[in-house]
Design a binder for this molecule. Structure first.
Ligand code: ADP
Length: 231
């Protein structure tokens, strides 16, 4: 008989180990590393191959997206609180998007997952054990690609695409430097170090993000074909 203390069969902690027919593919990387470009290419290619694809990512939940935008705009929340808003956004997307899609046998292409949220919080001084517990409900992906791009190239792409440096992506909240370019480079360097540490722990497939868009896509496809036994 079910008692009060037993977790619900449908509870979030049960979802990470549930046997599900779908596959979870993650593309990770810093801002401007090309993760959106590669996620979109992968999604389009899988759809052409006849797979049902669910498009996932961070800051997408209807529950939290607006609150996060507002908090970032007004810069009123502390680092941990903002991190918790992102974690809530992820949990909502996980329970209401990713898990149902995997149950339905779809391929989930996640344009970033918990690793970016963890790396960003680590750079902001959060405790690693705490972060690990916070995201312990997240299902282990079938493949995690990490696009590695040096800060100087990220800076170039950012300026080329947007013509300016954004506040958060430059790590201005960390008050590393008053000069935005210096801050961007130092912040991205710190992030890179955290991603590299996480890459060993979570077994990322390292991708040289400075290769051409097409070459990277082909490399990702090769791994996905093997996973899905397409050849
Ligand atoms: P992200 O989603 O990681 O922030 P995007 O995919 O939007 O980055 O790409 C940022 C910019 O870099 C865009 O102008 C994009 O065309 C360019 N870009 C993406 N991948 C590459 C690549 N491999 N080489 C050169 N430029 C790229």
């Amino acid at each position: 008989m079910k008692t009060e203390t037993q977790p619900s069969k449908n509870g979030i902690s049960q979802m990470m180990n549930e046997t599900l027919p779908g596959k979870l593919l993650v593309i990770e990387g810093s801002d401007y590393s090309g993760h959106s470009t590669q996620s979109a290419l992968l999604k389009d290619w899988l759809e052409v191959k006849g797979y049902g694809v669910f498009d996932a990512g961070i800051k997408r939940s209807s529950l939290m997206r607006e609150a996060i935008e507002e908090a970032k705009e007004e810069q009123i929340l502390g680092r941990t609180t903002l991190g918790l808003l992102y974690a809530t956004d992820f949990a909502d997307e996980f329970v209401n998007g990713i898990i149902p899609a995997l149950r339905a046998g779809q391929i989930v292409v996640a344009d970033r997952y918990i690793y970016t949220l963890i790396a960003r919080q680590l750079v902001r001084g959060s405790d690693e054990d705490w972060l690990e517990k916070l995201f312990s409900f997240a299902r282990k992906p079938d493949l995690i690609f990490y696009l590695s791009v040096p800060p100087e190239e990220l800076l170039h792409r950012c300026l080329f695409s947007f013509g300016r440096l954004p506040y958060w992506e430059s790590g201005m909240d960390l008050a590393i430097s008053n000069d935005m370019t210096d801050s961007f480079l130092m912040y991205q360097e710190r992030l890179l170090k955290e991603y590299e540490r996480l890459s060993e722990k979570y077994r990322f497939i390292m991708v040289d993000g400075c290769r051409s868009i097409e070459d990277i896509h082909k490399f990702i496809r090769k791994h996905v074909k093997r996973l899905l036994k397409m050849e």
